[in-house]
Design a protein around this ligand. Sequence first.
Ligand SMILES: Nc1nc2c(ncn2[C@@H]2O[C@H](COP(=O)(O)OP(=O)(O)OP(=O)(O)O)[C@@H](O)[C@H]2O)c(=O)[nH]1
Ligand SMILES: [Mg+2]
Length: 235
Amino acid sequence: MIRSAKLRISKSSINLLTNKRLNKFLPLYLMIIKSAEFQVSNTRTDKLPPPLLPEYAFIGRSNVGKSSLINMLVQKKGLAKTSQTPGKTQLINHFLINENWQLVDLPGYGYAKTSRSNRADWEKFIRYYLRNRENLQCVFTLIDSRVKPQKLDIEFCSWLGEQGIPFVLVFTKADKQSRVKSDQNIALFKKDLLHIFEEVPPLFLSSAETQDGREEILNFINDLNQKFRLLDVTE
Ligand SMILES: Nc1nc2c(ncn2[C@@H]2O[C@H](COP(=O)(O)OP(=O)(O)OP(=O)(O)O)[C@@H](O)[C@H]2O)c(=O)[nH]1
Ligand SMILES: [Mg+2]
């Protein structure tokens, strides 16, 4: 049994962020995005930007909406390339936000048209990045809110937990069905995770269309940014 998603933030702040009732009493100041720039694309982990700024990686099945969510968060359409065809993002793409933190768009997993050896390469490369990136503060694991829990997603969360990699869940494309339907799928997903984890990580419901979830996700990132210390990296 994996204890928790081991977030490097205090438990109380997780509760505040995820408890809707308490949220009402939080001073809601939204992080302002002043700049969002493409930095670099990589197929190799030894060419990544130096690990000096807090970093957040977006991962999930092909087509789940990783690139769209990044664009929605920073309000810059076309910054991360999106496509109706799965498998668009093939590289590790770094974006510099407000000149003091980084978003990372990762290739999707479970892309059926990729050959088995390509998939194996993907696995090695991405898993190496996730395990070894010193400044990675949190992995945003995206799940399609329209579907029932998928084995691949659960296995991936389980692997993150085993590795002690901090992660949260973002259920995407909320605009595509009713809130009730999304909530049902989220509840099923939580139930499956509770077979593996003692508690579920923080989760968000989002839509790149309606911008739902933007405020909550940016507040969450802002909170972790405040806690980032370069010392953590060099220790
Ligand atoms: N209605 C709706 N469509 C979305 C949303 N998010 C993404 N899409 C659409 O879903 C498709 C895939 O979006 P992407 O952002 O490219 O997905 P991705 O996860 O980056 O895909 P890969 O890079 O191929 O792994 C595009 O046609 C998007 O317009 C959303 O919240 N609502
Ligand atoms: Mg993409």
